[in-house]
Design a protein around this ligand. Structure first.
Ligand code: FES
Length: 112
């Protein structure tokens, strides 16, 4: 897994969603209740940009058809049968880091 340092300028005490290109992937960086989350920016239902959605009770809500995804697990709401990828976030002394697995990392994990 490679860790990518990002710049967070928003106040994390207030909800926000931004979109960042990290490790070749489009991710939503979400601040909610003093925590940071990183999730895939593409809705698996019909491809909407989740960064244009909103955040409600630790869920990201898609702007198109209002599907919801848990910010911690990526699991879709009841009856959706889908999920979004989640990425680890670490707040270190020198900044915020997002962990992204490469295709090679995923292959290695698949053989464990
Ligand atoms: S595109 Fe996201 S819910 Fe349909």
């Amino acid at each position: 897994m490679k860790w990518h340092k990002i710049k967070v300028t928003q106040d994390i005490t207030k909800p926000f969603i931004t979109k960042e290109k990290i490790g070749g992937k489009s991710l939503c960086i979400v601040g909610f209740e003093n925590k940071l989350y990183a999730v895939s920016a593409k809705c698996p239902h019909a491809g909407a940009d989740l960064s244009e959605g909103l955040c409600v009770r630790k869920l990201i809500v898609c702007p198109y058809h209002r599907y919801t995804y848990d910010l911690e697990t990526g699991k879709g709401g009841e009856g959706q049968h889908d999920f979004i990828e989640t990425y680890p976030v670490e707040i270190r002394d020198d900044g915020v880091y997002i962990g992204v697995n490469s295709v090679w990392d995923k292959l290695k994990l698949g053989f464990k």
